[in-house]
Design a protein around this ligand. Sequence first.
Ligand SMILES: [Zn+2]
Length: 451
Amino acid sequence: MPNISTHLVSRFLFPLHEQIKKHSSVNVRKSMENTQWFSPEEITQLQIERLRQLLIYANTHVPYYQKLFAGLNFQPEKINVLADLQHLPFLDKPAIRANLEALKSNQARHLARFNTGGSSGEPLVFFIGKERVSHDIAAKWRATRWWGVDIGDPEIVVWGSPIELGAQDALRAVRDRLFRSKLLPAFEMSDQKVEGFLSTICEFRPKMLFGYPSALSHIAKHADKTGIIMRNLGIKVAFVTSERLYGDQRKQISDTFGCRVANGYGSRDAGFIAHECPAGGMHITAEDIIVEIVDSHGHPLPHGESGEIVVTHLASRDFPFIRYRTGDIGTLDDKVCDCGRGLPLIREIQGRSTDFVVARDGTVMHGLALIYILRDMPQIKTFKIIQESIDLTHVLIVTEGGLSQVDTGQIIALFQARLGRGVIIKIEQVSEISAEKSGKFRYVISKVAAG
Ligand SMILES: [Zn+2]
């Protein structure tokens, strides 16, 4: 039985919040709680129907697709199997950059602009409409409820870029209090900070944790080291996302906090792609997202074979994501999950090995932890971080008017705070940084992180 306050938030306050923001997430979530039990065949039928509608809409209202379909003589109303998608080219980051305006629907209103490093660190600006926001929230909400917890249950969130934190502080504070969600900044992981986090968690007594696996396992390790007992706090589940979850991290988090660990896979650009259920299946949000796996030449691969994850987001009419290349690797699984949900499964998801860096104490962390430090400094135009070894990280920087000694000192201090105090940070100012041979640009390359 949920307690009164959770009930109030989940049934009344959060739905009201969503209504004010003109999101339809409440209805979408209810509908998804029904369709998750459809058979795999019924789910495929639903996908085909929604795909046809999306493509017809794009052909009517989205200039980029009008032109593309006309050039290919592609007729969206004739779509009747998912493989028909393969007649269309991929949408990659350079294509989005080159067609930013033409990708907007001529009916789109209230588009939100996003600027993300993405999982590979490649910069990308794109837009998201209310429909997609609602669907992504609904998908996350449904997956949360798989674990016997709900929006409104006390939650500790270990997260955040300084940018996201700074933007709407006051609003966030009110909302977090209302929904009993407390945010701890993930990229400040000194012993002193982590001890503060541990006492906050003990006082707050969350039902759920949410964060990067590297951050939560780092906090868990520290609790063990200092003898703080966390497993009797009543934490039911730790939701982790944004990084590959390693087996030892899962065990560390689970043992220390006395809870299950639920893995999630998604991003701002690609959407809420998949989430683990208590039976261990990584279920695709198939009502909204079609996943294809392709080889290095872009040819679709059968179930069981590993390749790049390509997604089509069916709730993205305002700014369509059709055959979007994520750059992540995964494998489709044709098994049906023991939980009985018909939603298809994906497994062995991993970002590219360059997504991760390794701190001196062995903590594997997201490259974003370093990217955010540099992206926050306005005088820096672009950069590239190369982790040469556990003891040496090389930073190439292109600036507007040069870096002061103070800037350089600050960068070194912040990098050492993440990677370890003794690590040598070699900063080199250069006039330009060339792309990789593939033509793609990578912000972070680690010669230490395993793939
Ligand atoms: Zn399942």
